[in-house]
Design a protein around this ligand. Structure first.
Ligand code: APR
Length: 236
């Protein structure tokens, strides 16, 4: 059995599929302010604005031109062919990892194609626009439906599972993330402290650059398949 691998992905892995990152020059946070669309306070103040922000992104994700790329597919191959555990932890709310075939996957910042009722907690698939006036299909109350995403100031999902995996992994890969947002930005330090070999695959050095034992810089569709090939070759 080979040592477990934990992979963390961020917006950079979906960039070449046609989705925007957040903090690049052409990123989402260059056009809207976090405090207007991605906090519980923003939703309380102006729910229509917040719903519209996510409605536009949901429509964009469902555009048939947006498809998984070679980096997403390489990670699905790693999960299928690596003889040990592979846990994929993504900060992305898109579904491109699933569509590429990844199965052991945790969306710590939630999922754009799901809605949650703030009243009863029901979570269900959502592929159309959400509106403030809509009623929950479970409790029947109006006004509580929101995107099933984690806003700034809210607790990410599945952290117990992630920290448990970080404590036992032999390799930690960080892909397409700038390392600005915690707790995800702290996973490399956690993995390293537990003895893992830490690897960054990103277009440019991230905020956490000094914590990686190894780094490849370039577009995800090139460096991720190449690194997965390298890992799988160690088995032969
Ligand atoms: N290939 C690889 N990396 C890329 C590519 C590419 N083609 N294009 C951009 N990148 C890199 C950028 O250099 C940057 O370091 O991806 C990183 C994207 O960083 P961010 O935009 O900050 O995205 P991310 O790290 O996922 O953001 C974390 O912030 O606002 C939130 O909730 C949002 O989950 C998100 C979190």
């Amino acid at each position: 059995m080979s040592a477990p691998i934990v992979v963390l992905t961020g917006a950079g892995i979906s960039k070449e599929s046609g989705l925007h990152t957040f903090r690049d020059a052409d990123g989402i946070w260059a056009t809207v302010r976090i405090e207007d669309v991605a906090t519980p306070e923003a939703f309380a103040r102006n729910p229509e604005r917040v719903q519209e922000f996510y409605n536009v992104r949901r429509r964009g994700l469902l555009n048939p031109n947006i498809q998984p790329n070679a980096a997403h597919r390489a990670l699905a191959r790693l999960e299928a062919e690596w003889p040990g555990e592979v846990l994929l932890v993504t900060q992305n709310i898109d579904d491109l990892h699933e569509r590429a075939g990844s199965r052991k996957l945790r969306h710590i910042h939630g999922e754009l194609l799901k809605a949650r009722c703030a009243g009863c907690g029901d979570v269900r698939e959502c592929r159309g626009d959400l509106a403030v006036s809509m009623t929950c299909g479970s409790c029947g109350k109006a006004g509580g439906l929101r995107p099933h995403v984690v806003w700034f100031g809210e607790m990410p999902f599945d952290l117990d599972t992630v920290y448990e995996a970080l404590a036992g992994c032999g390799t930690f890969l960080s892909i397409g993330t700038s390392g600005n947002v915690y707790p995800a930005a702290g996973f490399v330090a956690e993995a390293r402290a537990n003895g893992a070999h830490t690897v960054e695959l990103n277009l440019e050095p991230s905020e956490g650059r000094s914590l990686f034992h190894e780094a490849e810089h370039g577009p995800a569709t090139e460096i991720v398949p190449a690194y997965v090939d390298k890992l799988l070759k160690t088995l032969r």
